[in-house]
Design a protein around this ligand. Sequence first.
Ligand SMILES: [Mg+2]
Length: 364
Amino acid sequence: MKISSYEVAILKVPEDDPLANMPEEAGRFRPVVMLRLRTDNGIEGIAVTFYGGKMTGSLKVAVEELSELTVGEDPLRIEKIVAKLRSGTGDSCGPGGIFTLALSAIDIALWDIKGKALEQPLWKLLGGHRDRVPTYASGSLRRGLTDDQAQRAAQILVQKGFREMKTQMALPGNPTPADEVRRVTVVREAIGPDIKLMCDINQRWRPEQAIDIGSRVEEVGLFWLEDVTTADDYQGLARVTAALNTPIAGGEYLYGIAPFRQMIEARSIDIVMVDIVRAGGVTQWMKIAGMAEAFNLPIVSHVMPEILVHLVAACPNGLTVEYMPWMLALYEETPVIDNGDLILPTTPGLGLKFDEKAIAAFRA
Ligand SMILES: [Mg+2]
């Protein structure tokens, strides 16, 4: 079996909020690069990558250029292909930025091909620790909503059966610490004490602010506080982690595998969050999961639950899957949620099929 052809396209995916229907602004789109990687025996592996923003055209070209280097290769020899792509760019275009975002698309498509060729779902190929895994609603309880909107959205998520959900602090404008505390308190009041509540800061606080506000919200009982300060301030994060009882999550902004060594050795975080397209795809994500396991740390996913459910379920230290619905509209079917858990698909590879009508409608 050899890789024979590929197709790359830019899609504009609507940025709505299908979980609680509480968008901050209607009519926005997220640009995404779609890849189909085909083999000479008729298997097609699929993937998407993003974070290109206004450079999405460049990301598309990067995926095309790297895809061209895979033609003629055995798709089951993924590490050989990754090494060829790295050396093909002089080992100098990564690990940060467009090279890794493009590499990730190819790696994900290769794992989809491997699963289809071996007729096994990805989560089993990767370890198959569990066949269902907890998930949390994400993207609805955003900082731009009013308290009232956030409370209503939170109640909708509870009614939909979510047992875990994420909100945000670092409110817009010039909030006082009391304003920040009020927001998570009203969300907690709306959902009751038994729902797990995470809170994302998206790197917007200084370490001492994180310690101050983080201390004030300890009694709200957050499941984790996420990206409390600049993602590569490993020492600043470690000060916050040491100061608070609430677990600190982080890692989604890091590229490749090596920064996770620094982050984990510095005791910067309690929960390791890994973004698959910044990590370098399935192959590198799983290496980071193993690194976390060796340090007795849980691992959690960032966005794309339809793909990451496989990886979190595969690992013994997988904690929960972020149910961020950004890309769900691209597929005919995505994993179902039952009693707050995502159920792993039994179909081979990623178990996903592009919804061709949606793909046609989203083409840029
Ligand atoms: Mg985050």
